[in-house]
Structures are given as structure tokens and as C-alpha cells.
Design a protein around this ligand. Structure first.
Ligand code: RTP
Ligand code: MG
Length: 148
């Protein structure tokens, strides 16, 4: 099983889409093994998006992601990293396919409602940035035999 990091961005929380987005992952058969609401400070935001430090949109991205509370999660399942990336859709919601979170629920690249790790390596880095080991739960889910 693989784990990935997912975050409902401030616009997703403000627009009341947290339940809708979480529900999609649950219905898919993925398992939420950690979840919390937090208001990210600039330092954590800059660490999280360190790969974009030199990009022209970096400051706007940090302003956006620190503009209100977010919901952070660790999501587990077979090939969870790529499954979740497929479910959230392309970065630019205008190009994201219908049926994806961004394709269905967003309009603008700078307001694309959700983040998900883009590789297993990113997932491990981001999970450890946001969660302590004892905040991540190893538990059996009753429907697991019916999902796999
Ligand atoms: P994320 O990291 O948030 O899951 O998004 P992503 O992988 O689909 O896209 P990435 O290239 O990592 O970009 C991170 C976030 O930066 C904002 N962005 N703005 N104005 C622009 O050209 C631009 N490009 C990216 C988006 O909010 C994007 O999700
Ligand atoms: Mg990214």
C-alpha cells in the first residue's frame, strides 16, 4: 500500500467543498489514515512548495496557501500517489477533465482547491512536513476485502 499527502486549499475550505472532496476519496476506496485542519504559516508553506521557489508565481502561491485554514490528509491505497493525482486533475482547472476535482469544482490555476503529492518521494517528504508519526493511524477498514 502507498501513502500520499492531500491538502484541501483555503479556497476549498472557504467554498465549503471539504466534505465533497474528502467524500470522493472515500467513495473511491482510498483510506484516510490522518487528517487535520491547520492554518499554514509562511515558513511551512515555503518548505512545502520549495521546488517552486524560483518560479514567478511563488509569492502569489505562498499568499494563497496561507490565506486561510486548510485540511491536510494522508490518504492510503494501492498506487495512491498516481490514483489521487488522476482524481484531482490537471493543475489548470480549465484543462482538467470533467469528473476530476479541479475539472468539476474549480476555474483558475491560482484557486485550484486541492493539492496532492506528485511522486512517492514528494509524498514521503510532505507527509513528514505536516504529520508526526503518531498522528497517522494504522487501522483495518471493514470494506477492505471488498475494495481489493
Ligand atoms: P499542487 O502542487 O498544489 O498539487 O499543484 P500541481 O502539482 O498540480 O502544480 P504545481 O506545478 O506543483 O504548482 C503548484 C501550485 O502553484 C500554483 N501555480 N500557479 N500561475 C501559474 O502559472 C501557476 N502555476 C502553478 C497552482 O496553485 C499550483 O497548484
Ligand atoms: Mg505540485
Amino acid at each position: 500500500m502507498e501513502r500520499t499527502f492531500v491538502m484541501i486549499k483555503p479556497d476549498g475550505v472557504q467554498r465549503g467543498l471539504a466534505g465533497e472532496i474528502i467524500s470522493r476519496f472515500e467513495r473511491k476506496g482510498l483510506k484516510i489514515v490522518a487528517m487535520k485542519m491547520l492554518w499554514i504559516g509562511r515558513e511551512l508553506a515555503e518548505q512545502h512548495y520549495a521546488e517552486h521557489k524560483e518560479k514567478p508565481f511563488f509569492n502569489a502561491l505562498i499568499d494563497y496557501i496561507t490565506s486561510g485554514p486548510v485540511v491536510a490528509m494522508v490518504v492510503e491505497g494501492r498506487s495512491a500517489v498516481s490514483v489521487v493525482r488522476t482524481m484531482i486533475g490537471k493543475t489548470n482547472p480549465a484543462e482538467a477533465a470533467p469528473g476530476t476535482v479541479r475539472g468539476d469544482l474549480a476555474m483558475d490555476t491560482g484557486r485550484n482547491v486541492v493539492h496532492a503529492s506528485d511522486s512517492l518521494q514528494s509524498a514521503e517528504r510532505e507527509i513528514s512536513l505536516f504529520f508526526k508519526p503518531d498522528e497517522i493511524f494504522d487501522y483495518a477498514k471493514v470494506d477492505e476485502d471488498w475494495v481489493y
